[in-house]
Design a protein around this ligand. Structure first.
Ligand code: PRX
Length: 649
């Protein structure tokens, strides 16, 4: 991250207090209350988490709250529970007729499900899964649009102990195949298509392409969403609605061990291959339950809307599991929030009287750019709390969100966390803390962050940056990288032995507020989506014309970070506009549209050290258009290359 960007983030020094009205009604509303609970959560973590877990249903009580042999954490050992039971069945008595899920399709169709209806759908689909031979521990890949079936499929897997692996519908066929093969899934759940920006995402066609190369898949369940014609292969492909019509509506939730795997979710790291982050049942459940409750200050009458796709961790924890664990009403919106116009998201909020909105800075910046008239056309008076997630929020966007959307009435929670952490780790609590735009805030209960230098020494001076680590286990933490326990240990616990390394840089100010600066590894954050530079590089070098490539991020006013790819071509190949376009399309095909490079720069050589390492630091500066290259260049093998790159050759 460039120092200019840090300064831009830091520029706003106003502090905003939650309104007295909000504070008066909040679940937690004083610094003292937070400090007391936080201190207790660190002093007696086992008692703290046992009390929280005890609010949920367990078929069999645990014997030990925590077993911690770094990097292996086990929570609620001996306990048996079921996440789907806690999300659905647990609410039937008191909230059976309450709306659990509101669905709004991009074309404007809508559907609501009460807790009772959701219970029936999930139970039926759990029976469908069983009927197809899916057993506890089997992997099920879900490649669906943002429709209720995505939540139903996830919950049905959780109900029988199958491990779901949701793949974002924007990923390409080859990305889907890679994820299916890594997990060795036996079942794929997809749809004919999904609506996005007025068009149809051809999910089944992508799936068919992926399935040419996925030997473990035995059956494919296809949800009819768009109604377009899709080929159904006999003996393999089955319609969801036909299976559901025949399935029995009763399926008791399976008592599962607390540490039974719940899901795998692939995310990018600093190598070419995405990691299958694995979460387990009891700890994840307890952690997302509590974070949802406190961070969003949820109450019975809330209508809660998180705009994330279920293909990302935010969709898992804060569209589906967290809100349902708390008996809330959660809104699922299918398409692009600014389609057919920039007013769409505000209409959805108006239509359903949404009270809590959780979205990403990229979306906020896009809405800000579209202008204040769009939100003004809608009645946003139902909103009482706003959230931000996925990337640093620049103060300008924060202030716009606060004034135009929240009308200075709604606190903003800027929540820092990761796929690996399962739930929110650093944030202000809405009725407690003053807000500082650009600063995520304070650690959540049970979370002990620290800022360290490269050697692992604590950085004591306020505002001095360093690497962000987490010094103790928390219930929602990942348990391993699927199929690669060594990578799990190497990636997260080797840099600072015994502690979890986040991969993020951060600062802490005098008040103990954390400001997340961004990734310190080779991971990009493009529109809040995490992407590995090596993933994009691997896609590029797989093209026959490409000899070598180096991919770096560059600050982007809308997307946070844009992708710049430096490419050298094989002998006999010449740079051209056609090849430029072809390479971009090639990356989209290999990974998905989110990975499309913003710019491809052809070059005759890449800046390397004498030992052959690409000097990305230089490339980042060149990509950002900096004219003065800072830092040591004495190890460069060919100094001329930097000059040539700067001149765009
Ligand atoms: O760099 C941090 C950034 O997103 C990364 C995690 O990405 P992912 O696993 O895809 O999860 C995103 C949704 C939780 C982090 O390492 N990040 C996430 N939230 C914030 C953030 N950066 C700054 N501020 C945040 N609130």
């Amino acid at each position: 991250m460039s120092s200019e960007r840090i300064e831009a983030i830091l520029k706003e020094d106003r502090v905003f207090e939650p309104s007295p009205e909000f504070r008066a009604k909040a679940r937690l509303n004083s610094i003292e209350a937070y400090e007391t609970l936080y201190a207790e959560s660190l002093r007696a973590p086992e008692a703290f988490w046992a009390r929280v877990a005890g609010e949920l249903h367990w078929f069999k009580p645990w014997q030990r709250v925590l077993e911690w042999n770094p990097p292996k954490a086990q929570w609620f050992l001996g306990g048996q529970t079921n996440l789907a039971y806690n999300c659905v069945d647990r609410h039937l008595a008191a909230r059976g007729d309450k709306t659990a899920l509101i669905f709004e399709g991009e074309p404007g169709d809508s559907r609501t499900l009460t807790y009772r209806e959701l219970h029936t759908e999930v139970s039926r689909f759990a029976n469908v899964l069983k009927g197809l031979g899916v057993q506890k521990g089997d992997r099920v890949t879900i490649y669906l649009p943002m429709t209720p079936e995505a939540a139903i499929a996830m919950l049905a897997c959780a109900r029988i102990g199958a491990i779901h692996s949701v793949v974002f519908g924007g990923f390409s066929a080859s990305a889907l195949a890679e994820r299916i093969n890594d997990a060795k899934s036996t079942l794929l759940i997809t749809a004919d298509g999904g609506y996005r920006r007025g068009g149809v995402v051809p999910l089944k066609a992508n799936a068919d392409e992926a399935l040419a190369d996925t030997p473990t898949i035995q059956k494919v369940v296809v949800v009819r969403r768009t109604g377009q014609d899709v080929p159904m292969r006999g003996g393999r492909d089955l319609w969801y609605h036909e299976l559901m019509a025949k399935a029995a509506p009763d399926c008791p939730a399976e008592p599962l061990e607390s540490e039974d795997p719940l899901f795998i979710l692939y995310t990018s790291g600093s190598t070419g291959k995405p990691k299958g982050v694995m979460h387990t049942t009891g700890g994840y459940m307890t952690y997302v339950y509590l974070t949802t409750q406190y961070v969003f200050d949820l109450r019975e009458e809330d209508v809660y809307f998180c705009t994330a796709d279920v293909g990302w961790v935010t969709g898992h924890s804060y569209v589906v599991y967290g809100p349902l664990l708390n008996g809330a009403t959660t809104v699922m919106y299918e398409g692009a929030p600014n389609w057919p116009d920039a007013g769409r998201i505000w209409q959805v909020i108006d239509k359903y009287r949404v009270s809590v909105l959780y979205t990403a800075p990229t979306a906020i910046r896009a809405f800000m750019k579209a202008g204040d008239d769009w939100p003004r056309k809608a009645d946003l008076s139902s909103l009482r709390l706003l959230g931000s997630v996925g990337e640093p929020i620049n103060p300008e966007a924060w202030i716009w969100y606060y004034t135009v959307i929240g009308q200075e009435r709604c606190p903003i929670v800027d929540t820092w966390w990761q796929t690996e952490t399962g739930g929110i780790m650093i944030t202000t609590l809405p009725g407690v803390h003053a807000m500082k735009p650009g600063h995520a805030g304070k650690p959540f209960f049970g979370v002990e962050p620290a800022i360290v230098d490269a050697q692992g020494n604590l950085v004591a001076n306020p505002d001095e940056g360093g690497n962000l680590i987490l010094r103790r286990p928390w219930p929602g933490m990942l348990r391993t990288v699927w199929g690669d326990p060594e990578r799990f240990e190497r990636q997260y616990f080797s840099q600072y032995p015994g502690f979890y390394f986040t991969g993020d840089g951060a600062r802490r100010d005098r008040d103990g507020y954390y400001l997340i600066v961004g990734r310190v590894d080779d991971v990009l954050n493009v529109s809040g989506h995490r992407l590995g530079t090596m993933e994009v590089e691997s896609a590029l070098v797989a093209h026959p014309a490409v000899a070598e490539s180096a991919v770096v991020g560059r600050p982007d006013p809308l997307k946070g970070e844009g992708i710049v790819a430096f490419v050298t071509l094989k002998t006999g190949q010449t740079p051209s506009e056609a090849l430029n376009q072809e390479l971009k399309a090639h990356v989209v095909k290999a990974i998905g549209a989110i990975a499309r490079p913003d710019e491809i720069r052809f070059t005759d050589a890449l800046p390397k050290t004498r030992s052959g390492k690409i000097m990305r630091r230089l490339l980042r500066q060149i990509a950002a258009g900096e004219t003065e290259i800072k830092g040591d260049t004495s190890t460069l093998e060919d100094r001329g290359v930097v000059e040539r790159l700067k001149q765009g050759q």
